[in-house]
Write a protein that binds this ligand. Structure first.
Ligand SMILES: [Zn+2]
Ligand SMILES: [Zn+2]
Length: 223
């Protein structure tokens, strides 16, 4: 009886040993026969390296988590920072308006021209030209009726918007009646508006949706 039990135990051990297959060392990549199924590396040297690797991985993860936390805090801070909100929202609005303006000309089969000098782009860049300036007119800074395609350098920056040319351009482009109505609108909506961070964020989302739509449309046309 006793001996038969003994035999079956050795065969069991043998079986178990057989079932542990060779492995590839996690560190150096050589094949080895592990002592047990938990062994991941071939040698003491590789075991030490593995510990070191795990430690530096933990360190990296900690740094990543810290960075993530900082970014979340920064986002939260920016959300409440009205100047940051205006900067981001203006950027999106201006980009959207340039795209909308290019689309306006495309739909009419016209070459895009500058609102204040009437010339095509040339070597300049297109900008969203505010008739009433952004800084002085908080109400009109995100208003489509106050913003049209303009040369960035030669007209917007160098001639500070060229207001005289701008008004002539509006009448030339939209006709006497509509052009004058636009000028009247711009001149009568100059009172200040206090924007909230939430309002700006909401608007920016819409601007970005419109930007994506227009950009996709342009890609489709070009393709
Ligand atoms: Zn190894
Ligand atoms: Zn121009």
């Amino acid at each position: 009886m006793v001996s038969s039990i003994h035999v079956s135990q050795t065969s069991l051990k043998r079986l178990m040993k057989k079932s542990i297959k060779t492995k590839i060392c996690k560190v150096c990549g050589t094949e080895f026969k592990p002592q047990n199924s938990f062994q991941k590396v071939c040698s003491a040297v590789c075991a030490l390296t593995l510990v070191r690797q795990q430690k530096s991985k933990e360190k990296r993860q900690k740094q990543k988590a810290f960075k993530r936390k900082c970014n979340v805090e920064k986002r939260e801070f920016n959300k409440r920072d009205i100047r940051w909100q205006h900067k981001q929202t203006q950027k999106a609005f201006n980009k959207m308006r340039v795209l909308q303006e290019l689309e306006w000309f495309r739909q009419r089969g016209l070459e895009p021209t500058c609102i204040s000098c009437g010339k095509p782009k040339g070597n300049d860049q297109w900008a969203c030209g505010h008739k009433k300036t952004q800084g002085g007119n908080s109400r009109l800074r995100y208003d489509e009726k106050n913003t049209f395609l303009q040369h960035n350098y030669s007209c917007n920056m160098q001639k500070s918007g060229d207001i005289e040319g701008y008004e002539k351009g509006l009448i030339e482009r939209f006709g006497e009646e509509e052009g004058k109505a636009l000028i009247e609108y711009q001149n009568s909506n100059t009172h200040d508006k206090k924007w909230t961070c939430e309002e700006l964020e909401e608007m920016r989302k819409k601007f970005n949706v419109e930007i994506r739509r227009l950009e996709k449309q342009m890609q489709d046309i070009a393709a």
